[in-house]
Design a protein around this ligand. Structure first.
Ligand code: COA
Length: 145
């Protein structure tokens, strides 16, 4: 739980987030427990080649809680800053999506990336996403089964 908090609260991860304020641990703890109990949330820990945890991938599945179209899931990801730039992010996005789509939990996966987050945009494109909508502050990408 603390590792997730650290990955989420890292300065550059917050800069990439649409909710960039630091999250106090108590608030994170509540959020984390709710997410674990929520059947519409999937949390994966990304592990590196030595089985060390390096970050997370989270999927929000279409359901009561999330304003997503039927069959749609939303992905978010953050890696420990010390492990970025080695291909782990691209691999984690690709494998996480593969598992979700193959398992029939979604038929398309959406990523919302802040405009200017070029590394993230490239990671999603490399992992099979295509650009869908661009708004004032966000680029939406989608991967279809
Ligand atoms: C976005 C993130 C998950 C990408 O994972 P990563 O392991 O760092 O990225 P990868 O090593 O897989 O590289 C992805 C692409 O970015 C490029 N890249 C990676 N680090 C780079 C750097 N420091 N400078 C320039 N390009 C870089 C890679 O070359 C690759 O592009 P290419 O395939 O066209 O060559 C990770 O950087 C992260 O956690 N960032 C902070 C949180 C965030 O932005 N989350 C996404 C919000 S939607």
């Amino acid at each position: 739980m603390r590792a997730f908090w650290a990955w989420r609260n890292d300065e550059s991860a917050r800069a990439a987030s649409f909710s960039p304020e630091p999250v106090p641990f108590e608030q994170h703890e509540r959020w984390y427990r709710e997410r674990l109990a929520d059947p519409h949330t999937l949390l994966y820990v990304v592990v590196g080649p030595d089985a060390q945890p390096v970050g997370y991938v989270r999927f929000a599945l279409a359901g009561v809680r999330f304003a997503l179209a039927g069959g749609e899931a939303e992905i978010s990801i953050a890696l420990d800053a010390s492990t970025r730039g080695r291909g782990y992010g691209t691999a984690a996005i690709d494998r996480g999506c593969e598992a979700l789509l193959r398992g029939g939990l979604a038929d398309r996966i959406v990523a919302r990336v802040k405009l200017g987050n070029e590394i993230s945009r490239r990671a999603f494109l490399r992992a099979g996403f295509v650009e869908r909508v661009r708004s004032d502050d966000a680029l939406e990408l989608v991967r279809i089964a």
